[in-house]
Design a protein around this ligand. Structure first.
Ligand code: DGL
Length: 262
């Protein structure tokens, strides 16, 4: 197989990174994709940084053994602790990470009021703190730690009373002032954008970083002459650390899911 024909690996603590995968397939439909979700060990966002780093190393080793031309860490939590060590361990490999879309939100709403929903770990780590510092003069950036939220997506619960109650309890205290944007700083949350919209109302923009990640990946592959040939037929393959056929069915269902009210 020629290097440009190799698959692109996607990795997340579970099924959330499928939101980034969907966006990437729209931009680069002729690529081959291998998606690995570590649902057995999810959630990552409430573990220690050392635990998450060890899990990331194991998952990435497994993916690289299969021969891939690029790696997308489609997980804000994993990126915040593992991207640097992984880039050091694999200096020749294209490695793209994810971060909360604070920059585009602050640029779009100067002086605005921006909520950032993410896992407790993402909000504790240096990456988030430096983004908050960098854009904090441009807009008010309010972190909202959402431990327990990704679990709904892992169970395929994307709407309904339980998730809406969770979101209402979590977000309601911040809705006393007008909100301009809600940044989804965890790749699981775009699957809940319909439920989030119901709680925050029509005004705020709901923003995630998937489109930017897809474009960054295309740019990096193009720079190295690694884009798949136009004639290649694209494909997506799901793998999961949880050894259950249902998790692969849910992966495919999330990949195909279109939220009616984003
Ligand atoms: N999807 C992951 C993220 O983007 C995190 C979920 C978790 O494992 O806590 O942060």
């Amino acid at each position: 197989m020629l290097p440009q024909e190799l698959p692109i690996a996607f990795f997340d603590s579970g099924l959330g990174g499928i939101s980034v995968l969907r966006e990437t397939v729209r931009l680069l439909p002729q690529e081959r994709y291998l998606y690995y979700g570590d649902s057995l060990h999810a959630p990552y966002g409430v573990k220690t940084a050392d635990e998450v780093l060890a899990l990331c190393r194991t998952a990435v080793c497994h993916l690289l053994e299969q021969g891939v031309k690029a790696l997308v860490i489609a997980c804000n939590t994993a990126t915040s602790v593992a991207i640097r060590p992984l880039r050091q361990a694999y200096p020749g490999l294209i490695i793209i990470g994810t971060e909360p879309a604070i920059k585009p939100a602050a640029e779009r709403f100067p002086g605005g009021h921006i909520l950032v929903m993410a896992t407790p770990m993402t909000l504790q780590e240096k990456k988030f703190r430096s983004l908050q510092q960098q854009y904090g003069a441009q807009a008010e950036i309010v972190p909202v730690a959402c431990g327990g939220l990704m679990e709904f997506v892992e169970q395929g619960i994307l709407r309904g009373e339980a998730v809406e109650r969770y979101l209402y309890d979590k977000l309601e205290p911040y809705l006393k002032v007008p909100i301009d944007a809600v940044v989804l700083g965890c790749t699981h949350y775009p699957f809940l954008s319909g439920a989030i919209r119901k709680v925050v109302g029509r005004r705020p923009a709901i923003m995630d970083g998937s489109a930017g990640i897809a474009m960054q990946l295309r740019r990096k592959l193009a720079e190295r002459g690694l884009l798949a040939p136009d004639a290649q037929t694209g494909s997506v393959r799901f793998e999961n650390s949880l050894d259950e056929p249902e998790i692969l069915e849910l992966s495919q269902a999330l990949f195909d899911y279109q939220d009616a009210t984003p």
